[in-house]
Design a protein around this ligand. Structure first.
Ligand SMILES: NC(=O)c1ccc[n+]([C@@H]2O[C@H](COP(=O)([O-])OP(=O)(O)OC[C@H]3O[C@@H](n4cnc5c(N)ncnc54)[C@H](OP(=O)(O)O)[C@@H]3O)[C@@H](O)[C@H]2O)c1
Length: 254
């Protein structure tokens, strides 16, 4: 990692940290010195991520969590506090989408998107904030997307959920600033992960996408990590309620 603030002995939860952007963030936080709890539904992926961090000398544990279940969310927070005694950082990275026009998106599909991308952030953010306030503060970074700022086809409910998450970030920031809990968002542009593969796997579509990105390429997962680490660092101690877009200039170009 090029940029590595000192986060020694901070305790961080990363949701959706078994693969993609979340895995890269979990590795970055561990490299910066954090003890990391990785939460998602697929045990094999989060256990492998935790084992890989441990084998490189870091500290990590996996906790199977379905973020659409409030019982799981409360258990995740209890597990983190029992294992490491505190929670300093929460990265709300897990998300859900369906690649489908709004006319065809099922009602339960819409609910799954909003339950994962918005409601879970409210429930987990609040549960962690109750721990952080007793400790004198903490940091929360919500992973949004450039799609929070502009419309598009095939992922309408996802865009709407991320726009809601951007506003939830701002409201959490306003309510919790006095508790020294700083809440910001990082919005990636198109990033090469399993999540976005249906889009970039088609070379013609990838070519069209890249043509609209001033820096001339899609993001790789490591591109997203520095901004997250920065927002968790001392250098960001007077920043709250902001969204940083890590998009190679995509939004500047629209
Ligand atoms: N890739 C992109 O182009 C792109 C662009 C902009 C923003 N983003 C954002 O970046 C974040 C990470 O995306 P990614 O591309 O890395 O996606 P990904 O590889 O598909 O990872 C998504 C993660 O979310 C977890 N997850 C989904 N539903 C969950 C649930 N109910 N409970 C717990 N965990 C759940 C998944 O784990 P399980 O399935 O095992 O639960 C998975 O680990 C998301 O917030 C996404 O919106 C991505």
């Amino acid at each position: 990692m090029d940029y590595l603030p000192d986060l020694t002995d901070k305790v961080a939860i990363v949701t959706g940290g078994g693969k993609g952007i979340g895995r890269a963030i979990a590795f970055g936080l561990a490299e910066a010195g954090c003890k990391v709890i990785i939460a998602a539904r697929t045990e094999s992926e989060i256990q492998t991520a935790a084992d890989d961090i441990t084998s490189r000398g870091g500290q990590a544990m996996a906790k199977v969590t379905d973020l659409t279940r409030n019982e799981d969310i409360q258990e995740l927070v209890e597990t983190a506090v029992t294992a490491f005694g505190r929670i300093d950082i929460l990265i709300n990275n897990a998300a859900r989408s369906f690649f489908r026009p709004l006319l065809d998106l099922r009602e339960d599909g819409f609910d799954k998107i909003f339950d994962t991308n918005v409601k879970a952030v409210f429930l987990l953010g609040r549960a962690c904030a109750k721990v952080m306030m007793k400790q004198g503060g903490g940091r929360i970074v919500n992973i949004t997307t450039v799609g929070a700022e502009r419309g598009g086809i095939m992922m309408g409910a996802y865009h709407a959920s991320k726009a809601a998450l951007k506003m939830l970030t701002m409201c959490m920031a306003c309510e919790w600033a006095s508790l020294n809990i700083l809440v910001n968002a990082v919005g990636p542009g198109m990033t090469r992960t399993h999540f976005s593969e249906p889009i970039w796997a088609n070379p013609e579509i990838e070519r069209q996408l890249v043509a609209r990105i001033p820096q001339g390429r899609l993001a790789e997962t490591d591109d997203i990590v520095g901004s997250v680490l920065f927002l968790c660092s001392d250098a960001a101690k007077f920043i709250t309620g902001q969204s940083i877009y890590v998009d190679g200039g995509t939004l500047a170009n629209t």
